[in-house]
Design a protein around this ligand. Structure first.
Ligand code: NDP
Length: 287
């Protein structure tokens, strides 16, 4: 029997519908949520991501603004742009599309975004608050995965989740969010010997490796939930995940496809975080 598909496109649409209603409610109170996206240079993948983010904002009635800077822009100029956006009342979320050119210090850039507008959830303040379980903007991809699990009715508490990958934007925060929902979490990475011996114990596997079709049936226990965060190209230049879908299909109880799994959720949660930021502005005005 085939594994049940966790359809991120459908779940993402459902959540976007809920976010659009919140946007409408804010507009009735005279506030249009606004997202500013800064794009430095001409990286084609980044340009596509940014265009998708803008289109998604517009579809649900939000304001979006693209600030394009040349690849040779100075770090100081970029920081100035962020400081200006930090002050603007019509902008509730600021996103700097990564990666940045080598001469710019990414950590410095992210730390300059006001925590109130850090809708990507990457700044040290946001990460610290997330670790402490305090109210903050959660990083969009792991947050999206949590929503996929929730909307699919998959219980996390008491389950053993094995994360493959420990990046700052996916693997590490993913483990924290699962831990906060009472999963037992194991992190694995490129220095983990005998990876299958760990992943085979997992009730939930999160693959965030960045290697095409890397997770195969030898990694997966019968009945495990497999979440594929990867976005890669295979040898035929076809979009694929970190999980070899055909190999794992029928062994996993549930699986996310690529495309149409985690991908649509990342932008959805970015929209939700930005709307949350605008709602927070109103809440501060009324207290
Ligand atoms: P990184 O390259 O930053 O991290 C990859 C992680 O995988 C590292 O922690 C690395 O370990 C680990 N790894 C590499 N090789 C192995 C191996 N052989 N065995 C076990 N672990 C290994 O990638 P990201 O976290 O940024 O992204 C991961 C994937 O998710 C990519 O395909 C990316 O495109 C995709 N992605 C998708 C998003 C979406 O919206 N769906 C959003 C963000 C990313 P080590 O730390 O030891 O080097």
């Amino acid at each position: 029997m085939s594994s049940a598909i966790i359809n991120g496109k459908e779940i993402g649409q459902e959540i976007r519908g809920e976010v659009a209603i919140r946007v409408e409610a804010l507009k009735k109170q005279g506030l249009t949520p606004g997202l500013a996206v800064i794009l430095v240079g001409e990286n084609p993948a980044s340009k596509t991501y940014v265009a998708n983010k803008q289109k998604s904002c517009e579809q649900i009635g939000m304001y979006s603004e693209l600030i394009k800077l040349p690849a040779e822009t100075t770090e100081e100029n970029l920081l100035d742009q962020i400081r200006t956006l930090n002050e603007r009342e019509d902008i509730h979320g600021i996103l700097v599309q990564l990666p940045l050119p080598k001469h710019i210090n990414e950590d410095e850039v992210i730390a300059t975004i006001s925590p109130e507008k850090d809708v990507d959830g990457f700044s040290p303040v946001s990460v610290g608050k997330m670790m402490l379980g305090q109210d903050t903007y959660l990083p969009c991809t792991p947050y999206g995965v949590m929503k996929l699990l929730e909307y699919s009715g998959i219980e996390v508490a008491g389950k053993h989740a094995v994360i493959v990958g420990r990046s700052h934007i996916v693997g590490k925060p993913m483990g924290q969010l699962l831990l906060q929902k009472d999963a037992t979490v194991t992190y694995t990475h490129s220095k983990t010997p005998d990876l299958p011996s760990f992943t085979k114990q997992a009730d939930i596997i999160i693959a965030a490796v960045g290697r095409a079709n890397f997770i195969t049936k030898e990694h997966v226990k019968e009945g495990a939930v497999v979440i594929d965060v990867g976005i890669n190209r295979d040898e035929n230049n076809k979009l694929c995940g970190d999980v070899n879908f055909a190999d794992v299909d029928g062994i996993a109880s549930h699986i996310t496809p690529v495309p149409g799994g985690v991908g649509p959720m990342t932008i959805t949660m970015l929209l939700s975080n930005t709307v949350q930021s605008a709602e927070n502005v109103l809440a501060r005005q009324t207290t």
